[in-house]
Design a protein around this ligand. Structure first.
Ligand code: SF4
Ligand code: F3S
Ligand code: FES
Length: 235
């Protein structure tokens, strides 16, 4: 099938503002949007820029806004993306555009680092590793699936309005450790998330849950962190 692509282009070295690049691509219905973008780059216009690495939904590097909805280009099939023969591709919103579909991820990763996304426990683990029951492991299983693609944070209206909002991805990462029975850093993370730019900026819009390519219950995780802040309990 022939698909008409409208791709938002911007090269800071020569463009004063962004513009639409338009390309007709021959694609199979079962191709991914990433395949078609690669066809544009390799066969039509080599100046097109976008990030991708694994091409299999693992690395999280090709998040983009496709027909108005954040997706990983390598997971979205042409047949599911195309609307009236057209696919519109833009960079994810709320982060500075570096070039074409590539955004500066540093503000996103600064929020990630702020929640201390690593195990905090200064006690000696003993002769064996720190043990955990299957039930204790299951408590935070969903949030371990995050690949830090930023689809959630950059689809959140609260983040668009205030980029200092820590955002759903960072809260999911905090959730992964707050509810881990082996971790002792929950109080520190809850201090960060209880600040004005923390979880209370979430207005339960649910965009984050709807776009997560790993099907993480993002809004539920945020709700559990809010509950921990209110009750002081992390069970
Ligand atoms: Fe991506 Fe989902 Fe992680 Fe958000 S929670 S960064 S959408 S994988
Ligand atoms: Fe934003 Fe998700 Fe909350 S879209 S407002 S973080 S539920
Ligand atoms: Fe790795 Fe799409 S290229 S997730």
């Amino acid at each position: 099938m022939k698909v008409h692509f409208k791709i938002k282009r911007f090269n800071p070295e020569k463009d004063k503002k962004s513009y639409w690049g338009e390309y007709d691509v021959e694609a199979e219905e079962s191709d991914r949007v990433l395949d078609a973008l690669q066809t544009v780059k390799w066969e039509i216009d080599g100046t097109l820029n976008f990030r991708r690495s694994c091409a299999h939904g693992i690395c999280g590097s090709d998040a983009m806004r496709i027909n108005g909805r954040n997706s990983l280009a390598c997971k979205l099939l042409i047949r599911d993306a195309v609307q009236g023969g057209k696919i519109v591709v833009e960079p994810i919103l709320g982060l500075p555009v570096i070039k074409d579909l590539i955004v500066d991820m540093e503000p996103f990763f600064a929020h990630y680092r702020a929640v201390m996304p690593y195990l905090i426990n200064d006690t000696e683990p003993g002769e064996r590793e720190r043990l955990q029951s299957p039930e204790e492991r299951a408590r935070f299983d969903d949030s371990t699936k995050c690949i830090l693609c930023a689809c959630c944070t950059t689809s959140c209206p609260s983040f668009w309005v205030r980029g200092d909002y820590v955002g759903p991805a960072a809260i999911v990462q905090a959730h992964r450790f707050i509810f881990d029975s082996r971790d002792q850093g929950a109080a520190k993370r809850l201090d960060v998330l209880g600040e004005p730019e923390g979880v209370w900026r979430c207005r339960t819009v649910f965009n984050c849950s709807e776009v997560c390519p790993r099907d993480i219950q993002v809004t539920q995780a945020i709700g559990e962190v809010k509950a921990a802040l209110i009750t002081g309990r992390i069970d």
